[in-house]
Design a protein around this ligand. Structure first.
Ligand code: SF4
Ligand code: ZN
Ligand code: ZN
Length: 300
């Protein structure tokens, strides 16, 4: 087998696209494919000011790199979650990367204004990932709005999106099925959110990151033992092995055929009485956590 575009040995064969490519042509293909996705879903243009949520992992750093390399104006946002050594190491990776590409990096340290995820978990009944997700979403939005960014981009890939979809179909979670698009439009205090890597797999992104010499953190967050999502990713990979192309088709057909069947849910949003951020309740989740921390400090 040889690369589709030159006599070199392929670095990858993508069964779902029936495409074998050498390293050089793979990098070109990957960038073209992601940029086409950005255009297809009208995510943003070169005149937008983009904020990329970076964790130090391969997906978010690859996305940031790709956008800047291709002339998009993209700054990074790193949220220091206070998860011990893992957070320290991932912050170092992100800082080194930002320096290397000469990009602006914004950092929010949860311990300054709130508390790290391990301490927040102790004061709620929610799982670490659920608290973490809420706090991250709050900060992405706040930093983006205050910094004048028109869009927040995250590194979710096809495996993330398709496995979440499968899990929500199995559980008939209709609330999810109605709104998990690769673009969440701007609304009442919320900045638009997009997922430019939604059509490329974890493996494809990893190879791109490797070929582009991106130094990312390989270790997983110690809280990431979410067995359910790993399980659904494995199941999808098994199906993909047998029927190449299923993963992408499952996701794209959902977007094309299923999502439009749901009426757009009007969110009943108000502004948090304390911080002014958009919230479905009078006091937002983050301010409630802050209150709880104050109460505990007071009792002690
Ligand atoms: Fe946060 Fe969970 Fe991701 Fe860790 S695995 S960074 S706790 S969402
Ligand atoms: Zn080639
Ligand atoms: Zn609030």
């Amino acid at each position: 087998m040889r690369c589709k575009f030159c006599p070199s040995k392929p670095a990858i064969y993508m069964k779902e696209h029936r495409l074998a490519l050498c390293s050089k042509h793979y990098v070109e293909w990957f960038e073209r494919y992601v940029i086409r996705t950005i255009k297809e879903f009208r995510m943003f243009s070169k005149s937008d000011k983009i904020l990329v949520a970076v964790s130090g992992g391969k997906d978010s750093l690859a996305l940031w790199h790709l956008l800047r390399k291709n002339g998009y104006s993209a700054d990074g946002l790193y949220i220091h979650l206070g998860i011990g050594e893992y957070s320290e190491r991932s912050k170092e990776k992100v800082e080194a990367f930002a320096k290397r590409i000469g990009a602006q990096l914004r950092i929010v340290d949860l311990s300054e204004d709130l508390a790290g995820i391990p301490d927040l978990v102790k004061i709620t009944s929610r799982s670490a990932c659920s608290v973490c997700g809420m706090v991250k979403r709050y900060n992405f939005n706040k930093v983006a709005r205050e910094g004048g960014y028109s869009v927040v981009a995250t590194g979710h890939n096809l495996d993330d999106e398709a496995s979440a979809l499968l899990s929500n179909v199995i559980n008939w979670n209709l609330k999810y099925l109605g709104k998990k698009a690769p673009v969440l439009e701007e609304e009442e205090g919320f900045v638009r959110k997009v997922k430019p890597l939604c059509k490329v797999t974890e493996k494809q992104t990893a190879l791109y990151a490797l070929l582009e010499g991106i130094d990312f953190i390989e270790e997983e967050c110690p809280f990431s033992e979410d067995a359910t999502s790993v399980f659904f990713k494995e199941i999808l990979n098994q199906i993909e092995e047998r029927f190449p192309g299923t993963k992408l088709r499952f996701y794209l057909d959902y977007l094309r055929k299923v999502m439009p069947l749901f009426e757009k849910e009007e969110r009943d949003l108000t502004r948090c009485r304390i911080c002014g951020e958009p919230s479905p309740t009078e006091v937002c989740g983050v301010c409630r956590l802050k209150d709880r921390l104050k109460e505990i400090a007071h009792v002690k």
